[in-house]
Ligand binder design. Structure first.
Ligand code: HEC
Length: 347
C-alpha cells in the first residue's frame, strides 16, 4: 500500500534545518576546493547546464532552479535536505543512497567519503554563504524545494497497473521538447544486467507525456531526447492514483555516440532489430528500439570485447511475433549522452 503522500511533495521540515546546522563553520573556499577536486572536470565541459568553476559556481547554485528536476532548487540556503545539489552527491536517505533523480555525483565512482559530503551539508545548513560571508540567493525560495518522498517500498516487478504517470520534458532553456521518449524500466535479478526497459510514452508539442495503466509502487523512469543528456527518475505511483515526473534535459556538448543503419528485418516467426553504433564508452543497457504503436521498448544486445567491454559495431536483438508501424532507435554512452533518434519502419 502506497499512501498518496508518496507523490511529489512540497514540504520540508523545520526540524531538518535546525538539526543540520551543526559542525565547525565552513568557508566557501572549502566548498570550491571540493568542487575543484570532484566536479569541475565535467561541470561545465560534460554538462553545461551547471558551472562549478571558481568564480562561477556560487551564482549557479544558490537559489537556482535545478534543471533535471524542474521542481527543485540546487541549493536552498539553510536546508541541505531540500537542496538538489546536496541530494545528487549524498543520495536520498529513504532509498538507501540511491540518487532517485539522475545519477549520483560524481558518476561512475563510489560515493564520496562522509567527511567530504559533510563539507557541503554544513555549508548549506550554515546559510550557504559566499566568500564575503553573505547569503545571496539567485531567487527567493518561498517553498524550500519540492522533492519526492518514498515509503521504502520495493521496486515493482510488473508492467501494468491502475496508476497514471504524467509530466513534462523541457530543455536547458526550459522550453518544451516535443518527441522526447519517457521510458519505464523494471528491476530484478532475473533481468539482463538487473534492469530492463519495457514501456514508453512520447511527449507532445508542449512537451507533455502521459503513461496510462502504470504499475503502482516504486519504479524507475528515463527521459531521452535527441543529442541531449538523458535523466532518470525513481518515483512511487500511488494505488489508482497519478504520479507526476517532470524532466529537464541538459544540452550535450560531446558528440557521442553516433548511430546509423537502424533496421527492422523480417525473420522466421519474428523480426531482427539492428543498428550500427560508433563512439566510446557505449552503455550496454540503454541502446534501445521503441515500437511507436505498441509504446514498447526493446534493448539491443551489446557487442562486447574479451574483457566484457562494449564495442562499436552492429548491435542486434531478435524478437518473436508480429510488429507494425514505425520504430525509433537511439543509443547512449556512460556519461548519459544521447545519440540522434533514427526512425525506421516495420518490414
Ligand atoms: C564525469 C562527469 C561528471 C562529474 C565528475 C560530475 N558530474 Fe554532475 N553531472 C554529470 C552529468 C552527465 C549530469 C546529467 C546526468 C545525470 O544527472 O544523470 C550531471 C548532473 C548534475 C547535477 C544536476 C544539475 C541540474 O540542475 O540538473 C548536479 C547538481 C551535479 N551534477 C552536481 C555535481 C557535483 C556536485 C559533482 C562533484 C561532486 C559532480 N556533479 C561531478 C556529469 C558529472
Amino acid at each position: 500500500m502506497i499512501p498518496p503522500a508518496a507523490t511529489w511533495s512540497t514540504t520540508t521540515t523545520a526540524a531538518s534545518r535546525t538539526e543540520a546546522a551543526s559542525g565547525p563553520p565552513v568557508r566557501y573556499a572549502q566548498v570550491q576546493t571540493f568542487f575543484n577536486r570532484h566536479c569541475v572536470s565535467c561541470h561545465p565541459a560534460v554538462n553545461p547546464s551547471l558551472d562549478l568553476r571558481p568564480g562561477r559556481s556560487y551564482a549557479d547554485i544558490v537559489g537556482k532552479p535545478a534543471l533535471e528536476a524542474p521542481g527543485m532548487v540546487r541549493v536552498v540556503a539553510g536546508d541541505p535536505d531540500a537542496s538538489f545539489l546536496y541530494l545528487k552527491v549524498n543520495g536520498f536517505p529513504e532509498l538507501g543512497d540511491i540518487p532517485a533523480i539522475g545519477t549520483r555525483m560524481p558518476p561512475m565512482a563510489p560515493r564520496l567519503p562522509e567527511s567530504e559530503i559533510r563539507i557541503l551539508r554544513d555549508w548549506i545548513a550554515q546559510g550557504a554563504k559566499n566568500a564575503r560571508g553573505e547569503t545571496v540567493s539567485a531567487s527567493a525560495v518561498p517553498v524550500a524545494g519540492a522533492r519526492p518522498r518514498f515509503t521504502g517500498a520495493d521496486p515493482v516487478q510488473v508492467e501494468i497497473g491502475n496508476g497514471t504517470i504524467v509530466g513534462r520534458v523541457i530543455d536547458q532553456r526550459r522550453r518544451p521538447i516535443a518527441g522526447a521518449i519517457v521510458t519505464l524500466l523494471l528491476k530484478g535479478s532475473d533481468l539482463p544486467d538487473g534492469e530492463e526497459h519495457v514501456r514508453a510514452a512520447f511527449t507532445d508539442a508542449q512537451g507533455r507525456y502521459r503513461m496510462p495503466d502504470a504499475p503502482e509502487g516504486r519504479l524507475e523512469l528515463k527521459a531521452y531526447a535527441p543529442e541531449r543528456i538523458y535523466v532518470s527518475r525513481v518515483i512511487e505511483v500511488p494505488e489508482d492514483g497519478t504520479a507526476r515526473a517532470d524532466f529537464g534535459l541538459p544540452d550535450r556538448p560531446i558528440a557521442n555516440p553516433t548511430v546509423s543503419g537502424a533496421r527492422v528485418a523480417a525473420r522466421p516467426g519474428g523480426v531482427r532489430l539492428s543498428m550500427r553504433l560508433d563512439g566510446f564508452s557505449l552503455d550496454r543497457n540503454y541502446t534501445v528500439a521503441v515500437n511507436v504503436a505498441q509504446r514498447r521498448v526493446y534493448e539491443l544486445r551489446a557487442l562486447t570485447g574479451p574483457g566484457g567491454e562494449t564495442r562499436p559495431g552492429v548491435w542486434r536483438r531478435d524478437l518473436d511475433g508480429r510488429f507494425r508501424g514505425p520504430w525509433v532507435f537511439l543509443a547512449v554512452d556512460e556519461t548519459c549522452n544521447v545519440s540522434r533518434f533514427l526512425r525506421t519502419s516495420s518490414p
